[in-house]
Design a protein. Structure first.
Length: 139
């Protein structure tokens, strides 16, 4: 991670340009730069902790403990794929209802709330923020 953060610090000036005029706003490089510097600092701390203090933890991968988190990540990847094909509202309703069902939620009001929230967020972005979310095949 230390080597990756150094590479990112070197590459960032070519990838994220500074605006030609100064508007007084923060540079577009500020947040990525802060994140990369924090990543570099933490990787140096971990290297020192590992080499100097000899405080290493050996972590074994246990499929039974990691399976729920991996399945949730897979469901979110399916959500990203579905947004572009069937649209924001149906994809949100389907995937978040499936995630709630997988987590053990059985109350019908929560599922109605998920559909209403997805519809509300869609109209909020469309009419208030004037940002169009993917409509997909239904609109």
């Amino acid at each position: 991670m230390g080597a990756l953060s150094l590479i990112l610090l070197l590459v960032m000036p070519n990838q994220v340009r500074i605006p030609a005029y100064d508007s007084g706003a923060p540079s577009p490089r500020i947040i990525p730069g802060i994140c990369i510097v924090i990543m570099l600092i933490f990787s140096i701390v971990l290297i020192i902790q590992s080499l100097v203090f000899k405080q290493e933890k050996i972590v074994e991968f246990d499929w039974n403990k990691e399976k729920p988190a991996i399945l949730l990540i897979v469901m979110l990847c399916v959500y990203v794929a579905l947004i572009t094909t069937i649209g924001f509202v149906p994809a949100s309703a389907l995937v978040f209802s499936a995630i709630l069902f997988y987590c053990g939620e059985r109350k019908p009001f929560i599922y109605i709330f998920v559909i209403a929230a997805a519809t509300g967020i869609y109209f909020l972005f469309k009419y208030v923020f004037t940002v169009s979310l993917p409509t997909g095949i239904f609109f």
